[in-house]
Write a protein that binds this ligand. Structure first.
Ligand SMILES: *Cc1c(COP(=O)(O)O)cnc(C)c1O
Length: 437
């Protein structure tokens, strides 16, 4: 695959180039220039294919000829040591659990692959790079965990003091080694501003090898397509029906990854884009008008995005045509009230606890099935986070406290190690130069 920015589609870049720059030189996101045809490969996968095998073979096909197949397979195997799990909820709805990775959220797939790909690319070089990220909570922990212990790479994470949950803070500050947590006496916006200033600062860019690990990085997006292929090729579990994929969405990277897989030849019936009150994409699918606005705070807070950056990628897949997109993707907007009610009804009818993000997807799936009335249809809802990461909402909705996975419980007991930092840029600059020059 080759990639290009939006403004200049004729200037193309390799996977490796896109990996280390996140944004194209024209300032836009990287788009695949041509979609590979994986129809035959995908047809060779079945219910007996493990996720590890499927990921290895698909990565080899996607990264050829830039990366030799042996190396691409090895990269996939080293990066993705955990598997998604397809679980039937009722006659027509299945959950694709994506929270069996190290931080119990689907972002582990993208972060782990990105980190392994960067480590692989740096392998033969002498230089070290510094990954710089600002986080409001969850993304930072997936990134920190993914880069922890990788050769040639240091990670510096800025988080707003007192504004992340105890679990989130512990996930960022207990790793040690090459992961450095900076506790900023300010807001998430301050953290983001500091990171942006660092990338613009002439001294830092001269003296260090600053790199970002943004959610828009193509190295985080591509591996997310793998679990769509995994889910839709579990033919026995799906009773040989073409599935509809329902995706709880915020910045829309996850949905874009699914739509890419469909364009590579994955047979699916269609997609549902499920959002909370931040419904600019469902509104676009209804009206053809895209009106970004400031985000609203909801229970499914990892989806509180008012101007989703991956919308540009989604639109590009459909050549900018609203009718084409709206015929493949149905939008759904789910309120907080409905989210809580769905968490309760899913628990009451199936005994399964779901987190608020997954619940948004479940509600959208239920509404969709009511609409089509097709008793044979199978909807797969992507389950994006472990319920224990949102135990307060789960408790409020169901009266039950989800069991904490051992790997989360363990980090709660470890001591926090963080460096306090003010909101002024020279402090960050000094920290980076003192530690990494
Ligand atoms: C990030 C996130 C989402 C939204 O994914 P996008 O790719 O931004 O649409 C959904 N659920 C959880 C738990 C998340 O962390």
């Amino acid at each position: 695959m080759r990639f290009a920015g939006k403004a200049n589609p004729n200037k193309t870049f390799s996977f490796r180039e896109a990996l280390f720059s996140s944004l194209a030189p024209d300032g836009g996101l990287y788009h695949p220039v041509e979609m590979p045809d994986l129809t035959n490969l995908i047809a060779s996968f079945g219910s007996e294919t493990t996720f590890a095998e499927l990921a290895a073979e698909t990565c080899a096909a996607l990264l050829a000829p830039e990366m030799p197949a042996v190396r691409a397979r090895d990269l996939a195997r080293r990066a993705l040591t955990f598997s998604p799990l397809l679980r039937r909820l009722n006659e027509q709805i299945l959950l694709l659990e994506l929270f069996h990775g190290p931080t119990c959220a689907f972002k582990d797939f993208g972060a782990q692959f990105l980190a392994a790909a960067m480590e692989d690319a740096l392998g033969a070089e002498e230089k070290r790079i510094q990954i710089l990220v600002a986080t409001s909570g969850d993304t930072g922990s997936a990134v920190a965990q993914a880069f922890h212990g990788r050769a040639h790479i240091d990670v510096v994470i800025l988080y707003p003091s007192g504004r992340v949950s105890e679990l989130q803070e512990k996930q960022l500050t207990t790793l040690g080694g090459n992961v450095h947590a900076l506790e900023v006496a300010g807001s998430f916006d301050d953290c983001q501003r500091l990171v942006k200033e660092a990338f613009r600062d002439p001294t830092l860019t001269e003296e260090l090898n600053l790199t970002s690990a943004n959610s828009i990085n193509i190295g985080r997006l591509l591996p997310q397509s793998l679990y769509y292929i995994y889910a839709a090729t579990r033919r026995a579990e799906l009773r040989d029906a073409l599935p509809t994929l329902c995706v709880p969405s915020g910045n829309f990277g996850n949905l874009v990854a699914g739509v890419y897989a469909w364009r590579w030849g994955l047979p699916v019936r269609g997609f549902i884009a499920a959002t909370n009150a931040n419904d600019v994409v469902p509104a676009y699918l209804r009206s053809g008008r895209f009106d970004p606005r400031p985000s609203l705070h909801t229970l499914s807070n990892a989806m509180d995005v008012g101007n989703p950056s991956n919308f540009e990628r989604l639109l590009a897949v459909f050549s900018g045509k609203w009718e084409a997109m709206a015929s493949r993707i149905e939008g759904a907007q789910i309120s907080d009230e409905r989210t809580l009610a769905t968490m309760a009804s899913v628990y009451d009818t199936t005994g399964v606890l779901v987190d608020p993000h997954t619940a948004v997807g479940c509600a959208a799936a239920i509404d969709h099935l009511k609409g089509t009335g097709d008793a044979q249809e199978q909807v797969i809802v992507l389950s994006t986070a472990h319920p224990a990461k949102f135990s307060e909402s789960v408790m409020k909705a169901t009266g039950r406290i989800p069991e904490m996975p051992e790997r989360l419980a363990r980090c709660l007991k470890l001591p926090k190690i963080a460096t306090p930092l003010g909101v002024r840029f020279p402090e960050l600059s000094r920290f980076l130069l003192d530690n990494f020059r």
